[in-house]
Write a protein that binds this ligand. Structure first.
Ligand code: AMP
Length: 393
């Protein structure tokens, strides 16, 4: 196998991409890029393997009207130019929901796409963009192999209790169960845990993926035992614009007593809640930390309170906790959020080292802390590239 593998990760407001050389031994991208701020102020940026900015000069015009479809339409000619005479071997996609259909990477066919289309209502912020990117690549180079890697796959190791809702049995059998998400990120963290924790990597570890979307995963033997997200990526932690766990009675009240339409409730829960809804200022943690508005600090407090409560709720699934790992945009960069969450977990044996925490250092707990606390950068792209290699080799 030779050529490069392209990975695409279409998020709610961004399109991330990376190019991996198939002949290189490690799954480290040659280039990694991002169109962020889709729908607001889109920005294109790309870096090489050493973190140096690559000239994006020939990239077309982005503006506030640029949606995901236009972003990919601009990216493909830029990539073709960047590749020159080199060819692509395959394109790997992060696909958020694989439902009950898939528990590992799959080669994409029309039949696969038909199944994934049925899951769009379960991940409205991501699945439509994931599938649109697959169709755009198929139009661009119809014979190029495309592979889907799912955020739900990593959680297939969970037992029945962890997946079940207390709903009538026939609904569970229909597939209304907890699937869990951010599995590509958890898969990556699980793969590098031994480098950070040695033998403890196979112990009781909780990983907090705190990005614009956020969830936690309780692992034992580096396998998912329980997670905070459920049937959809709305459940669990408070997020950038998503509410997280909510009394289902609130949804009924909004529909019945307030007469809201289903589409309005969906918009409220997915796009207007979370940090955005509580602060009334922004969904962006960095922006809230920089604000002196009391609603910004209340939003951060609520975020940390809920994160600590949900983490504590995951502990029984693994019978204790040996290590806590923070990852993703907020988890990797916000010393304030990590400190606040950890302060609420002191009773569990979490003792932070304030200086290490302030420096985003690898280990941020004191040496004698019963629970080791780490900051580990995630790399979903590497897991997608690994999935492509495994399926095509
Ligand atoms: P992600 O979805 O993983 O890209 O994470 C995005 C989130 O990370 C946004 O809420 C950002 O504000 C937040 N973030 C990134 N850098 C920082 C930082 N230095 N301090 C606080 N939050 C940050």
């Amino acid at each position: 196998m030779s050529g490069a593998n392209l990975t695409l990760n279409s998020g709610s407001s961004s399109l991330k991409f990376a190019l991996f050389d198939n002949d290189a031994s490690e799954a480290t991208p040659e280039i990694i890029g991002k169109i962020s701020g889709i729908g607001t102020t889109p920005v294109f940026s790309v870096k090489d393997a050493n973190g140096n900015a690559v000239d994006g000069g020939a990239f077309g015009q982005l503006d506030t009207a640029t949606g995901h479809a236009q972003a990919i339409a601009l990216l493909l000619p830029w990539l073709a130019k960047h590749l020159g005479d080199a060819s692509l071997a395959a394109v790997g996609h992060r696909v958020v929901h694989g439902g009950q259909f898939y528990c590992g990477p799959v080669r994409i066919t029309d039949a696969v796409l038909d199944k994934l289309d049925t899951l769009i209502p379960l991940a409205p912020l991501h699945q439509p963009h994931n599938l649109a990117a697959i169709r755009a690549i198929a139009d661009w180079q119809p014979s190029l192999p495309q592979i889907a890697c799912f955020d739900t796959s990593f959680h297939r190791s969970q037992n029945r209790l962890a997946k079940q809702f207390a709903l009538p049995r026939n609904l569970s059998e229909e597939g209304i169960i907890r699937y869990g998400f951010h599995g590509l990120s958890y898969d990556y963290i699980a793969s590098v845990l031994p480098q950070h924790l040695g033998e403890l990597a196979d112990g009781r570890v909780i990983v907090a993926h705190l990005g614009n979307g956020a969830s936690m995963c309780a692992m034992q033997n580096r396998k998912s035992v329980a997670t905070s997200m459920g049937f959809t990526a709305l459940d669990g932690l408070m997020m950038g614009t998503r509410c997280g766990a909510l009394d289902p009675g609130v949804v009924l009240y909004l529909l019945q007593a307030k007469g809201m339409k289903i589409s309005e409730v969906e918009d409220l829960l997915y796009r207007q809640s979370g940090l955005m809804g509580v602060s009334g200022i922004s969904n962006d943690m960095q922006a809230l930390q920089a604000s002196d508005d009391p609603h910004a600090s209340e939003a951060i407090d609520l975020y940390c309170f809920k994160a600590a409560s949900i983490l504590a709720g995951l502990v029984p699934s693994i019978g204790g906790i040996d290590a806590l790992v923070f990852t993703a945009g907020i988890g990797e960069n916000s010393a304030l959020v990590r400190a606040d969450i950890c302060k609420r977990l002191q009773w569990l044996g979490v003792v932070l080292d304030p200086d290490a925490n302030a420096g985003n250092a690898g280990v941020i707990s004191v040496a004698q802390s019963p629970v080791k606390v780490l900051v580990v950068p995630t790399n979903e792209e590497a897991v997608v590239a690994r999935g492509c290699r495994a399926l095509l080799s």
